[in-house]
Design a protein around this ligand. Sequence first.
Ligand code: PGA
Length: 251
Amino acid sequence: MRKHIVAGNWKMNKTQTETVELINELKQQDLDANVGVYISPAFVNLSKAVALTADGNIQVAAQNMHQSPNGAFTGEIAVNMLQDIGVNHVILGHSERRAYFGETDELLREKVQVALDVDMEVIFCFGEELNERKEGTHFDVVKKQLTTALFALDVSAWRNIVLAYEPVWAIGTGETASPEQAQEMHAYIRSLIEYHYGVKCADDVSILYGGSVKPANAAEIFAQPDVDGGLIGGASLNATDFAAIVNGFAS
Ligand code: PGA
């Protein structure tokens, strides 16, 4: 059965000192033990985060990685560097990587494969832009993203994939998809997985929603049957807000 997951994407925020502070604050919170809690600090703070969370239930994820195992790629980080410091989860395909760093689904297919080859768990992000939602092409866009990046994978790969549907128009804008819009898209995504990989795989994959999730709206979004949690940006930078979101599932 699929897991409930809430992942905090800290983006390019928090120095090492602030990272330590925020993790210590998070550790003081009463977090629902049935929810997989992830945090994703910047690369330079990952080691510290791994050390500080070793005694608890918080997982640490990287925000990106390179598609090559090593080599002359100045400024980049390889998957074995992450694993060697104890990071076993990576966010790939975030809309900011796509928009500002030119990441395509073809490139992401490579990154996903490289991560899965060494048993890294991938949180794969995708979602339509505002004009695509307005034109009514959002289902086609999502289908194409998933088809290109993921649907050539073998069914066994899916045990290490978490999906994060993030409509670009809802990220950092304060505008959230309505619970109905999220449910409609998540059910569609699950139907695509069922079509390609069968009902068990579709039932087992966790599909997170991301885009302006806050303590005030988390519960109604998480109450949707095909929403298994959230990828949280801004609100993950505050321990009490993040904890309230983690605790937003009905028991
Ligand atoms: P937000 O970001 O919660 O600040 O909208 C979500 C994300 O980028 O994953």
